[in-house]
Design a protein around this ligand. Sequence first.
Ligand SMILES: Nc1ncnc2c1ncn2[C@@H]1O[C@H](COP(=O)(O)OP(=O)(O)O)[C@@H](O)[C@H]1O
Ligand SMILES: [Mg+2]
Length: 507
Amino acid sequence: MEEKPLIEMKGIVKVYPDGTRTLKGVDFSVKKGEIHGLLGENGAGKTTLMKILSGMLKPTDGRIYINGEEAAFKSPADALSKGIGIVHQHFTLVDVFDALHNIILGMEGHGLFSKIDVGRAKRKLQKVMDELNFQVPLDVPVENLPVGVQQRIEILKMLYRDVDVLILDEPTAVLTPIEVKELFRVLNTLKEQGKTIIFISHKLREVMEITDRVTVLRKGELIGSINTSDATPQILARMMVGREVVLRIQKPPKEAGEPILEVKDLWVVGDRGEKSVKGLTFEVRAGEIFGIAGVEGNGQTELIEALTGLRHVEKGKVLLNGKDITGKPPKELYDLGIAHIPEDRTNMGLILDMSVAENAILGLQWKEDFRGPLDSIRWVNVRKHSEELVREFEIVVPGIDAPLRSLSGGNQQKLIVAREVSKKPLLIIASQPTRGVDVASTEYIRNYLIKLRNENKAVLLVSADLDEVTQLSDRMAVMYEGEFVGVVKPEEVTEEQIGLMMGGIRI
Ligand SMILES: Nc1ncnc2c1ncn2[C@@H]1O[C@H](COP(=O)(O)OP(=O)(O)O)[C@@H](O)[C@H]1O
Ligand SMILES: [Mg+2]
């Protein structure tokens, strides 16, 4: 006999007010006591489906059954009363409150946190933490705690509310590998205690490791559910993408050449006056990919901004091909041979309301090929150029006159890569080049970076995706609080060692 599922969602449809049809009749069911993975590419509808299950969004159509009984949630409180709680991708803690007050917020009844309530709350929480061997400091304002600890607080907040079903939306995105291990240990303990867990991810490896069963969504549709023991990364990738995917990167060995970029004792200050980059010295050579890994917010963004002329250099020197380029403005750096694939593509790399063709020459419009008399633009050449890029990079577009907005995120990103490398640069600085990009485009972009390296370009890669950095880099640095904890060859270190370095420990 098949056991009756604890949660059953049937024919869930969600059309957002702007008309976006995000879920197209999805069935989803979860058994009690399992860790159930919800897998899909960015935009597949995972978050939307789980916001519906946790009472934050109302479905346009469809039904939800909990233990066989139909439920219609009007609010998150409704879902909580049925034992369902969610930890969002972006946390919802009150910065200036400590963990304890964040956790009891909204549950204190009358009056502001009276003494008795706080004492009892503290004892209950301590018990939960002890059982799980999962501690957080209860009396420190959460803004002073690292993001991994803030996530624990969000989890404890749900456990304090006695949820039976804990939904975690991409929880590992903000964690170091060691923190991920610790989270997985806690999830397994919760499972032993009889809790049910829904684990959202787009990472195959994690889903393979932690889940009992996996449901895959693609473009708002259910592709299927499968026992993890019957799955392989290949099978899951195919379900996710809809075709065979090359999961391994081909990278022939290669000797690096002359240094192209030299950074000497570089100091950079962040937006709040803090020292973000503290005396970095390194070089990127021709024919190598130099990767920078690390948890985000450790100075990577400020470093790249300084190298691309977007942020003031406090102290130190930057050389390109032996020539001092410290403090030069972006346009001059471009002309000297630096291409930049920016972290934040929709704010820095592209203009969504302009056409594909216009975006294809952004930053290049003053080039002779494109500039006609009296600062006019030679549209014939612009169109030819953008058609070439679209063809070479297999960018899916309705046409080169279509607004950029009509392209998928992956194709927008491919257009940036295409445009930047069409400048024939010496150095390519790629910041989070595949973030939010579909698997097929990710594969294309990664292989393209390797192609550039094989063609003797220097590539500086910054990515919070550890797999990306280790697969692509010839040498990699781990950045922590503005410094490099170490520079290593990826094949010479274990993941455990990289994890330690990401936490600031030198090996
Ligand atoms: N508030 C919203 N309004 C309109 N469209 C939205 C909204 N939230 C999400 N979407 C769209 O719904 C689709 C699915 O989004 P989401 O559920 O966040 O996917 P996932 O979590 O799998 O990445 C995306 O195409 C997204 O752009
Ligand atoms: Mg999501």
